[in-house]
Design a protein around this ligand. Structure first.
Ligand code: FEO
Length: 407
C-alpha cells in the first residue's frame, strides 16, 4: 500500500526506507537502514523533487500514483544524480511522457552517462537563480556544486521557505513513521549517524558546504527537506546548521580524545589501555577507544570529526604501517580532516616503522599538531617505562586543558 505524508499544504513526502541494505555505497555499514526521501508538490502544475533508490521503486511508484490521483506529472526536478536518488528517472519518463525534467547542464550530462533512453526532448535546463512557477508555489534553484557531486543543486520553495537540500543535512538511519526531527529523540537516535553520514559522505567538501552557506545566508528557511533522514523545521534548523557549520570547518564539537590502536597480539592495545587509564586518573572524561581491526573506519572517522584530540597507536607490519591503520589515515587525509591535536605511539620488535609512517601520513594533512614526541615501544610496554607513559599522558592532558574548542 502507498505510504505518503503531507509535510506542508500541497507538499507530500513520497519516499521510503530500506532496512535490509547492509552497506551504503557498498562500503558503509547501515545497522539502522537508510531513508530515501522524495517530495511531490500538487499545485496548478505538479512536480516531483528527486526520485529514490531502486530498492524501493515499487512503493515509490505507487506513492506517486496515489498522490497524483489521476493527474499528470508536469515536472521532475533533479537536485542530485547519484543513483540512490536518480534510479527512477527513466521509469517516470516512461509513465509520464510529457514530464519536463528539470536540471542543470551537468545534470543532463550525468543523466546521459547513466541512461540509454533518450529523454532530451523532456529537458528543462535551469541555472543559478532560475525560477519555476507551479501556481501558488514558486521554486528557485541554487547550484550547490560538490555538496556532494558537481551537478548538485538545491531547490527553494519561495512562499513557505522550504529548502530541498539534496544530500545536505541528511543522515543514515531509516525513519519510523515520524518524519520530523522534532518528533524524535534526535540526539539519542540520529545525531551519531548524521555525523557519520556527513563525515564519510560529504566530509571532503567542507569548503563547498561553507560556500553554499554563504549563498543561502539571508534566505528565510522554515523547513529543510534532505534526501536522507528526518526533515528539519522551526528552531531545529539552527541546530543542524550549527552542526554543519562545525563539521564543514573541521572544528571539533567537543574536547575529548579518540584513541585508535592497531594491535596484533594485544601489546599495543595494552599500552593504549594503560595510557587511557592514566588520562582518566588525570580527570579526562570524554574518551573513545577503537581497535582499527574491529571497528569500521566510518565510525572512527565520525568521532575524529567530533573530538579535539586523537591518539594513534600502531604496531609495525612488514617494515611498514599495519594495513588497517594505514588505510584509516589515508581516508582521513582524503576527507580533509585538519587541525587536531595528536599523540602517537608505535610498537615494533625488530624494525621500527609505525611511528615514521604515521607521522608521514599526518604530514599530508593540515594542522595536525603533534602534542609530544612519539613513544616507540619495543614489543611490550615495560614497568620501567611508566615515567615515559606518564609524560605522554601529562602532555595530552595539558593540551586538552589548553585547547579552546567548544565543550
Ligand atoms: Fe544520497 Fe550523494 O547521494
Amino acid at each position: 500500500m502507498h505510504n505518503v505524508y503531507e509535510i506542508s499544504p500541497e507538499i507530500f513526502w513520497i519516499g521510503g526506507n530500506d532496512r535490509r541494505i547492509e552497506r551504503f555505497e557498498n562500503m558503509f555499514p547501515l545497522p539502522n537502514g537508510v531513508a530515501y526521501n522524495s517530495y511531490l508538490i500538487l499545485d496548478d502544475k505538479t512536480a516531483i523533487i528527486d526520485t529514490v533508490d531502486s530498492s524501493i521503486s515499487a512503493l515509490y511508484l505507487e506513492n506517486i500514483k496515489h498522490v497524483l490521483g489521476g493527474r499528470s506529472l508536469d515536472y521532475l526536478i533533479i537536485n542530485h544524480m547519484e543513483p540512490d536518488h536518480c534510479a527512477n528517472i527513466e521509469e517516470i519518463a516512461r509513465r509520464y511522457p510529457g514530464v519536463k525534467i528539470v536540471g542543470n547542464k551537468k545534470t543532463f550530462q550525468f543523466m546521459e552517462q547513466y541512461y540509454s533512453l533518450d529523454m532530451s526532448s523532456n529537458y528543462l535546463e535551469v541555472q543559478e537563480g532560475s525560477e519555476l512557477n507551479l501556481g501558488s508555489h514558486t521554486l528557485r534553484f541554487y547550484l550547490a556544486p560538490m555538496v556532494h557531486w558537481p551537478e548538485v543543486m538545491f531547490t527553494y520553495e519561495v512562499q513557505k521557505g522550504i529548502l530541498f537540500s539534496a544530500d545536505a543535512f541528511g543522515s543514515f538511519g531509516a525513519m519510523a513513521g515520524n518524519l520530523f526531527a522534532d518528533e524524535v529523540e534526535y540526539d539519542n537516535q540520529f545525531l551519531d549517524e548524521a555525523r557519520r553520514y556527513y563525515a564519510n559522505i560529504v566530509g571532503r567538501y567542507g569548503s563547498q558546504v561553507q560556500a553554499v552557506f554563504r549563498k543561502l545566508g539571508n534566505l528565510p528557511i522554515n523547513m529543510i527537506c534532505s534526501l536522507h533522514g528526518l526533515i528539519w523545521r522551526g528552531e531545529d534548523i539552527a541546530y543542524i546548521m550549527g552542526k554543519y557549520d562545525l563539521w564543514s570547518r573541521y572544528l571539533p564539537e567537543k574536547k575529548g580524545i579518540v584513541l585508535v590502536y592497531a594491535s596484533m597480539y594485544g601489546n599495543t592495545e595494552n599500552a593504549m589501555n594503560a595510557l587511557a587509564a592514566k588520562l582518566a586518573q588525570r580527570g579526562v572524561k570524554d574518551m573513545r577507544m577503537y581497535d582499527v581491526s574491529k571497528t569500521h573506519p566510518s565510525y572512527i572517522i565520525s568521532d575524529i570529526f567530533k573530538y579535539s584530540h586523537i591518539v594513534l597507536g600502531s604496531c609495525t607490519y612488514n617494515m611498514n604501517l599495519y594495513f588497517p591503520m594505514d588505510s584509516l589515515l589515508r581516508e582521513i587525509s582524503v576527507l580533509g580532516v585538519k587541525d587536531r591535536k595528536v599523540a602517537v605511539l608505535g610498537n615494533h620488535t625488530w624494525a621500527s616503522a609505525a611511528v615514521k609512517c604515521i607521522t608521514e601520513l599526518l604530514g599530508t594533512m593540515k594542522g595536525m599538531e603533534l602534542i609530544t614526541a612519539p613513544l616507540d615501544i619495543r614489543s611490550t610496554l615495560k614497568a620501567g617505562q611508566e615515567e615515559e607513559l606518564n609524560a605522554v599522558a601529562d602532555a595530552i592532558y595539558a593540551s586538552l586543558m589548553e585547547s579552546g574548542e567548544a565543550q
